[in-house]
Design a binder for this molecule. Sequence first.
Ligand code: A2P
Length: 283
Amino acid sequence: MPSITLNDGNKIPAIGFGVFMVPGDGTAYEMVKEALRAGYRHIDTAAAYFNEEDVGKAICDSGIDRKDIFVTSKLWLQDHGYENAKKGIDRSLRKLGLDYIDLYLIHQPYGDVIETWHAMEEAKKEGKLRSIGVSNMTPKIWNQFVPQFETKPAVNQVEFNPFFQQRELRALMEKDNVRLEAWYPLGHGNKDLLTHPVFENLAQKYHKNPGQIILRFELQEGAIVLPKSTNISRIQSNLNLFDFELTAEEMQSICALDTKKGSHDPDAPGVAQALLNAFKIED
Ligand code: A2P
């Protein structure tokens, strides 16, 4: 599995297995074990996915060396602020059963982002977190916070797929060599995307499925992709992206599909409160 070097020198596998909305009742445990068996070495969870314990147990039981698995988790909004963030980081470590996390993100960029980031910088210095980053930052939010950060984020994990190519954001991130991580890289199963003739034709040409063409486009654009699937053959096929390459012309034809709109607008008023209401990690 090819890896990408982040701006802090750490390496991250280019494809990760995401477990958003996978219940932590043993379901996430089984799915992560399946993904590790299929060859994934990068697992992406979050405190607000309520499955960190399952993820950690699957990693522990896999028999794979800890250093060979890249683990991402994310701090939830309820844990923002310096002291709360420190507690939140320790809680994630405890739930995962790990003594370090490869990449830890500010999941949602609202509230006291500056002091939260400060706590994450300190946890990085202490060795609890190897890399630190942010998530769901739009250009507006990026400009509000990142210039004040002492350490630049290693990544910004945002919605990204051929219908939402994040051109303005990526130009900003490029200045600090910050990598984009793609959530909803397959448009969350959007049929208009997955059955678009551009992808169906390329799938035929390269003997791949349209999902693989989409993921390959994203990798060639420099993104780290986090496709989700509950289907074992698609879990496997979503890793199988390195035996073909889209031409410059084919890349152009996909670039032309950008609608500049995603399913979630982090700049919309009331988003932080709606998220807090939707995901309560503690009473
Ligand atoms: P399934 O679980 O049946 O495989 P995203 O990663 O953007 O959230 O998209 C996830 C959705 O895309 C799921 O509905 C998943 O369905 C579907 N999916 C995953 N991999 C592929 C693929 N290679 N081709 C088509 N659909 C896919």
